[in-house]
Design a protein around this ligand. Structure first.
Ligand SMILES: [Ca+2]
Ligand SMILES: [Ca+2]
Ligand SMILES: [Ca+2]
Ligand SMILES: [Ca+2]
Length: 439
């Protein structure tokens, strides 16, 4: 039910409908965070209904900076600049935010420094952003982390060079950990030694990892405990620590792992699945392993013995999953085409894609991102932003073409009554809708 119909029902004062019925109907028919949002975090509402903050510079802090933009809740964060934002200290992201990296001109936005925390950032939507930590980050800290919060979705986000994990969704008390989280079409890249790790996914609140690409992490691609699904992902060049780590300790896990492709690189020395136990309740299907490093994608399905000791499930857990399940080979092609902040890929992501498509010969797991061939985070090209006279996030030309007012902030209107605000229509139209449906 669209919000327009719901509000119309409320206005007309339908007799005999309790408010709770209407509210639950509204929840039942909640629109996705954006067209194509999937998984446990699909219903994040972001900054919908809030104010617009335009990031106008690449400064570490102060007016117009990214840090200032995410310091208050209930905002859409849009970018009138592209390039690299060097941060001197960690940024904690507030709740009810839509961070629309796809608005940034040029090659988009790279945040380089001590990383981002989304702990407690309930109802945030983050799209088309790069977060790169590096050896200058604090020892024992993740590039992106969240240890609490609900309804949080990351879409086409590239995260690299964590010093602890690179991208973790984790609480030591799994019963109160993050709830309703999605990572989709993300790249999780090259955790730095001596603790090169993709991520720890540890909560009973539900985490979907969908169509993500893990590359050059020595271990934990990812390490999983609790309730989660891992669907249509690609893992390339894990090292001796392992790719998908099956729990590795006490506590119950209930997990789907479906249609993923594991591809050996120069550093790969162990099998894709390691360290299971009887507490790990696993539904696994159609996971492939290409171990021959011959430059051709020609792996084979992983047999039951390839999952070590787990409690196999005959039926898939009824988790959200995807609208369109890709074959492992299709998932590979999809990731190459558009994983990460791929509206325009930067030099670093292009390098990681070249490694993956070498199918065995390229890759490395270093201590420092400035070592060749990565050579640090830049350059990241900027570019001109379209004119937006009223600073409501929608360019003048787009507003005129859509019957809106380029001299008044009408971003929270809903001209077509579909539940997405006018600004969301603009943001969603900048990138492909329904990532898995695009050829
Ligand atoms: Ca091969
Ligand atoms: Ca405008
Ligand atoms: Ca306007
Ligand atoms: Ca609309």
């Amino acid at each position: 039910m669209s919000s327009r119909i719901l509000s119309s029902l409320l206005r007309r004062g339908i007799r005999g409908w309790s408010l709770s019925v209407l509210v639950s109907a509204g929840t039942l028919f909640a629109i996705p965070a954006f067209p194509g949002a999937e998984g446990f975090g699909a219903n994040a509402t972001g900054g919908r209904g809030g104010s617009v903050y335009v990031v106008t510079n690449l400064d570490d802090s102060g007016p117009g900076s990214f840090r200032d933009a995410v310091s208050e809740p209930n905002r859409y964060v849009v970018f009138a600049v592209g390039g690299m934002i060097k941060i001197s200290s960690r940024i904690t992201v507030k709740n009810n935010l839509t961070i629309a990296g796809q608005t940034a001109p040029g090659e988009g936005i790279t945040i380089y420094g001590n990383g981002l925390s989304f702990s407690g950032a309930d109802n945030t939507i983050t799209r088309y952003l790069r977060v790169r930590m590096g050896a200058g980050g604090d020892h024992g800290v993740d590039a992106v982390t969240l240890s609490s919060g609900h309804d949080i979705i990351f879409d086409h986000v590239s995260v690299s060079w964590g010093r602890d994990e690179t991208f973790s969704v984790s609480s030591n008390d799994r019963t109160v950990g993050p709830k309703g989280i999605t990572l989709q079409d993300c790249m999780i890249e090259m955790g730095l030694q001596p603790h090169s790790a993709g991520g720890l996914i540890q909560t009973d609140g539900g985490v979907s990892i969908i169509r993500c690409l893990y590359v050059d992490n020595y271990t934990r691609n990812p390490k999983v405990k609790g309730v989660s699904e891992f669907v249509n992902c690609i893992v390339y060049n894990w090292g001796g620590g392992g790719a998908y780590i099956l729990g590795d300790s006490g506590g119950q896990s209930h997990v789907n792992v479906v249609n993923n492709y594991f591809i050996a690189g120069p550093d790969t020395r162990v099998a894709p699945f390691t360290r299971g136990n009887a507490n790990f309740h696993l539904y696994a299907a159609e996971n492939y392993f290409d171990e021959n490093r011959d430059g051709v994608l020609n792996g084979a399905v992983i047999p039951p013995s390839g999952y070590t000791t787990v409690d196999f499930q005959k039926e898939r857990y009824p988790y959200p999953t995807v609208a369109r399940l890709l074959t492992p080979t299709e998932a590979y092609e999809h990731a190459i085409a558009q994983a990460g902040a791929s509206k325009v890929r930067d030099r670093v992501d292009r390098r990681y894609i070249a490694e993956v498509t070498s199918l065995g010969s390229l890759g490395q797991i270093p201590k420092n991102e400035n070592d060749a061939p990565i050579d640090g985070p830049g350059p990241v090209a900027g570019g001109p932003a379209p004119v937006d006279s009223d600073h409501d996030g929608m360019p003048d030309a787009w507003e005129l073409a859509h019957g809106l007012n380029p001299t008044a902030q009408d971003h929270n209107g809903d001209a077509n009554g579909d539940g997405y605000t006018n600004l969301e229509e603009y943001l969603n139209g900048l990138v492909a809708a329904g990532a898995a449906n695009k050829d």
